[in-house]
Design a protein around this ligand. Structure first.
Ligand code: ADP
Ligand code: MG
Length: 375
């Protein structure tokens, strides 16, 4: 794989770059800007090395149509502020109009509209990728969090341009490789959240390496269902109940011993579970966490997630990876979180959720594989 960091200034100067980033972010709290901050180093690197033009590509959400609420326009002023450069937002969502508008714009930084508004993106359409490629000289993938998807702006595009991994992808790979290669024990994997399929697979993939799995959220409910326990209308995934049944006797898998329930739904782990999980986290030397323990957006169901953060931030000897959009957003539950995270050098905040778990599991991510096969 070729890394952007290794390109000489002479090869960057005067060139136009297509940079795929991940702006799949809810605008709101400051905590969500972790993902946004993460895209800036590559942009600044290109500006400093005198790139002629930087065309930023991203998706946001899962739009079925050109859903204006998922437009990327809101990010133009934010990127402009962070890079101290004007950013031209192009609202076209047909490839012909887009290419024309890019050619016409004399801005150095261009942000184009949500790439999933275009038909070819999620189909990994080569002709769409080719048309995009015509606008630039070099392609950079810096969108780690979406690199587990075979989409045109991540995979097909690499067939038409010299392609490099950006600074964020480089840092993700370095940090994720570090925790896996060191093979440190006790190794604890904490999984909760809503996207159950993405998360429970990690139980299969990391079963041998892991000493303890601590379950909360949807994954825990799916295991409760596998035990035949009544879960009312709690969030779970019935496709994975049979999968969960295979692990019911395993001592490695820890399920909540008490829960917080509201009207028929399990919405958080209980205080005895918090205490048991905290003890295990305390003794761990390597920890991976993805997925909140409960519906943390509501204060009454946030104690589980908040206390997992406390246990993690108090562990002074473990190497730790935390990933996932909402898991990272839940940091806002912790007072002074920014300083606490910055101070903790052995804690890596990954921008990926599903992508991070897939990478740690040793799965091949289409977006990364495409970079590797680029000449
Ligand atoms: P991430 O974005 O960190 O990868 P997910 O997208 O899988 O995580 O899931 C996060 C969401 O799961 C949060 O919005 C949270 O409110 C929700 N959640 C967690 N536990 C529960 C629960 N028991 N019931 C309902 N929602 C839950
Ligand atoms: Mg999420």
């Amino acid at each position: 794989m070729k890394y952007l960091r290794t390109i000489q200034k002479s090869q960057i100067r005067g060139k136009t770059f297509l940079v795929r980033v991940d702006l799949n972010i809810e605008i709101g709290g400051d905590e969500n800007l972790f993902r946004l901050d993460a895209i800036i180093p590559t942009l600044l690197f290109l500006i400093k090395k005198e790139a002629k033009k930087i065309i930023i590509i991203s998706h946001r959400g899962r739009p079925s149509n050109c859903d204006k609420s998922l437009s990327l326009d809101v990010f133009a002023p934010i990127i402009s502020k962070k890079t101290k450069k004007p950013v031209d937002f192009i609202s076209a969502y047909r490839i012909g109009a887009l290419v024309k508008a890019i050619k016409k714009s004399d801005a150095r930084i261009i942000l184009i509209e949500n790439i999933r508004f275009f038909n070819g993106e999620e189909k990994n359409d080569p002709s769409f990728a080719k048309a995009l490629a015509k606008c630039a000289d070099i392609y950079i993938n810096d969108a780690f969090a979406v690199s587990h998807r075979a989409n045109a702006s991540l995979v097909a595009i690499t067939k038409y341009l010299p392609s490099y991994a950006g600074l964020l992808i480089e840092s993700e790979i370095k940090n994720l490789d570090a925790i896996m290669k060191k093979n440190i024990h006790p190794f604890t994997v904490i999984i909760g959240g809503a996207k159950i399929a993405d998360k429970v697979k990690v139980i299969r993939n990391l079963f041998e390496k892991t000493d303890s799995f601590l379950l909360g959220g949807g994954p825990a409910n799916t295991f409760f269902a596998a035990r035949g326990l009544p879960i009312g209308s709690s969030l779970f995934d019935k496709e994975y109940v049979d999968f969960a049944k295979k692990y019911l006797d395993s001592k490695k898998i820890h399920l909540p011993i008490d829960t917080v329930v509201h009207k028929n739904s399990i919405l958080d782990i209980g205080k005895h579970t918090i205490s048991e999980y905290s003890k295990i986290i305390n003794k761990s030397k390597a920890i991976v966490w993805n997925g909140p323990m409960g519906l943390f957006q509501k204060k009454v169901y946030s104690k589980g997630t908040e206390n997992i953060w406390n246990a993690i931030l108090n562990n002074k000897k473990a190497i730790i990876v935390v990933g996932g959009g909402e898991t990272v957003a839940s940091l806002r539950l912790i007072k002074g979180f920014r300083n606490k995270v910055l101070k903790k050098s052995d804690l890596f905040i990954s921008t990926g959720g599903g992508a991070t778990l897939a990478y740690l599991s040793g799965e091949k991510l289409p977006g990364i594989e495409a970079l590797k096969s680029n000449r």
